[in-house]
Design a protein around this ligand. Structure first.
Ligand code: ADP
Ligand code: ZN
Length: 633
């Protein structure tokens, strides 16, 4: 969502007139070249219509009275010999010869008439220069007009703008004037970026110790979450120039253009280093290269150039490349390799506190009336990103002006909330209260089941802030260490955790929602693997009726067995899933009070950490266990 892109490079302070001028120059140059080319081609064609002869030949034909028709132009004679004239009209070819300057045109005409030739035309004045000028002028105007029309049609900066340096939508700010104070929330992201700032301030400190300096970081998050803003703030904090360009600007229709633009960008940056290069929408160039039909050489060249540039600059130079994307999964692996964009900085949608802070940042310079309660607005805007909130505040201010008021009141904010946020509801998920409750219980269901199991991976974060992937909330589990082997118990626990969401919906509300669909798919495929690949079911024992087609390609499994076995596999999968689901339901029923408590807390805070979750769980466990109180709700 790009509601408020006022600060974005495209609308930045770069002077649009400059570009217009460049474009006109470009068109002019192209016009001249085209006219000259057309002129010379025309010349060639027109000459090839005639048989070139020499003056001596011509005189010989005259003497032999072989000429029937002639046209005398200022410096040439075009004539038809008798031999040619006797041929059918279509095959006749006139001759062409230069006229020596010592000859008078009229004199020659008289001579020709004397030998009985017809003289069609005699041109005594040298008007060829004038004609040429007129011709070039005419062609020039024609081509110029055509080109301008073409560029206009293509959105003002279409094809003609696509040449080399002239268009590069690169945008450089000596000082961004943005600091971390202007970026609300996003504390984790700021923290990760702090090191880069420090490095830009004082590269010596790092090189002295022999540390490899960071070259790039990837900012990952939905549009409007403040990635550009953060990058600018890094430049502002470090007090270095800020270069920005959008990945889509590299995508050119001419092979090699994108690459030359990348080279240009890095060259310019190297001149003013230390500096920040910000590449927005890097997925436009950095899309993974394989498994596409045919090869897109242009994109490939651009991407290679980008990789070369990143590898090429000395880390001590102090160039840091920040790139933004909301689809990190489609990026070419080469981009993410160590030494390139190997750091990933998540720029999340803001939670309640983050939204409140964003509103505060954007109302700093706005006169608010007494009745304004920003917290209420923040509560209402779950799922909104920074750009939405900035836009909301601005809309409210405009509304206040329209109504002739001196300050923005709560009503202004509420009304613009409806137009700005609700208007984008389809793109952005803004949940109703009931939905939020369902999502909260669902997520806590996952988290609580995991927290109570000893084989589970620890929960690191639970959130009901909708996510880019379309998930309305999620529970993140972080393995303590990277694992390559799993036991059957661990997999069973994972099944239970996956189904914990649906179990909570059932236990608390007695409903089934579509929100569990992804969980169920994952659980099913895990259970299927347990049965058919890992030999973990009672029914089939050690038999592995499935094979993995090609672990390197897509790792898809397919069943390689009889119909009966296949049916057995299905049964076994079903049984495993039911077992896990029932276990999850039982856990949640037993711990209903804890489930309620944590869910309410999550509803209020929207995002909670694993530690907060464990604090609740531990507090519960340290209490003497009460007699079972398992009434269904
Ligand atoms: P992105 O690059 O992620 O699409 P931008 O950085 O362009 O998003 O954000 C657009 C605008 O939204 C910013 O210029 C700013 O006004 C507002 N904005 C976004 N996130 C924040 C934030 N965390 N704090 C303050 N303003 C924000
Ligand atoms: Zn779930």
């Amino acid at each position: 969502m790009d509601l408020n892109r006022n600060d974005s490079p495209h609308n930045g302070p770069r002077n649009p007139d400059d570009k217009q001028k460049k474009n006109i120059w470009l068109i002019l140059i192209i016009t001249v070249v085209a006219v000259l080319a057309i002129g010379s081609i025309y010349n060639m064609i027109s000459k090839s219509q005639y048989t070139q002869t020499t003056w001596t030949d011509f005189r010989a034909s005259m003497q032999a009275r072989e000429i029937v028709e002639a046209e005398i132009q200022y410096d040439r004679v075009i004539y038809l010999t008798r031999e040619e004239a006797e041929k059918p009209a279509a095959q006749q070819k006139a001759c062409y010869t230069g006229l020596p300057s010592s000859y008078q045109q009229m004199e020659l005409a008289d001579e020709l008439i004397a030998i009985g030739a017809t003289v069609n035309r005699v041109i005594t004045e040298d008007n060829s220069t004038l004609m040429m000028i007129l011709y070039y002028l005419f062609m020039g105007l024609l081509i110029f007009g055509f080109m301008s029309m073409l560029t206009k049609r293509m959105g003002g900066e279409g094809m003609m703008g696509g040449f080399g340096k002239s268009k590069a939508k690169m945008y450089m700010e000596k000082q961004t004037g943005v600091t971390f104070k202007d970026v609300a929330g996003q504390d984790e992201a700021k923290e990760s970026l702090q090191e880069i700032i420090d490095f830009l301030h004082n590269p010596q400190k790092y090189t002295d110790i022999g540390a490899k300096l960071p070259k790039g970081a990837l900012l990952v998050g939905s549009p409007g979450t403040g990635k550009t803003l953060l990058a600018k703030a890094v430049a502002g904090e470090a007090d270095v120039p800020f270069f920005s360009i959008s990945g889509s600007d590299f995508v050119e229709m001419f092979v090699g253009m994108g690459a030359s633009r990348v080279r240009d960008l890095f060259q310019q940056a190297a001149k003013v280093a230390p500096c920040i290069i910000f590449i927005d929408e890097i997925d436009a160039v950095g899309r993974t290269r394989d498994n596409r039909m045919g090869s897109n050489t242009e994109q490939e060249q651009t991407l290679n150039q980008l990789l070369n540039e990143i590898d090429g600059f000395e880390p001590t130079k102090g160039i840091v490349c920040l790139a933004a994307t909301n689809r990190p999964e489609i990026l070419d692996k080469a981009l993410l390799r160590p030494g390139r964009f190997d750091r990933r900085i998540i720029v999340d949608r803001p939670n309640l506190q983050g939204r409140l802070d964003t509103l505060k940042v954007h109302t700093r310079k706005i006169k608010l009336s007494e009745d304004v309660d920003l917290k209420k607005i923040a509560q209402a805007t779950a799922g909104a990103v920074g750009a939405d909130l900035a836009n909301l505040v601005n809309e409210a201010a405009l509304r206040a002006v329209r109504k002739g008021r001196k300050a923005v009141n709560q009503e202004d904010l509420l009304v613009s909330f409806e137009t700005v946020i609700a208007g984008t509801e389809k793109k952005n998920t803004v949940l109703t209260d009931t939905e939020k409750r369902l999502v909260a219980y669902h997520e806590v269901g996952h988290a609580l089941v995991a927290a109570l199991e000893k084989h589970a991976q620890p929960v690191s974060k639970i959130t009901i802030v909708p996510h880019t992937s379309g998930a309305l909330g999620y529970t993140m589990q972080m393995p303590e260490e990277e694992k390559f082997l799993n036991t059957a118990e661990e997999l069973m626990t994972e099944l239970k955790t996956l189904l914990g969401g649906r179990a909570a919906e059932q236990v608390v509300f007695g409903v089934k929602t579509t929100g569990a669909s992804n969980d169920i798919q994952r659980a099913t495929s895990l259970a299927r693997n347990m049965v058919a690949l890992y030999g973990m079911s009672e029914e089939l024992g050690l038999m592995a009726p499935a094979s993995v087609s090609n672990a390197y390609l897509d790792g898809q499994t397919y069943l390689d067995c009889s119909q009966e076995t296949s049916a057995k596999v299905d049964e076994a999968v079903q049984r495993l899933l039911n077992k896990a689901y029932n276990a999850a339901k039982q856990t949640l029923t037993e711990k209903r009070a804890l489930l309620d408590e944590i869910s309410l807390y999550l509803l209020a805070k929207e995002t909670i950490t694993g530690d907060e979750l464990m604090a609740y769980v531990n507090a519960d466990q340290s209490q003497p266990s009460e007699p079972e109180q398992t009434e269904e709700a």
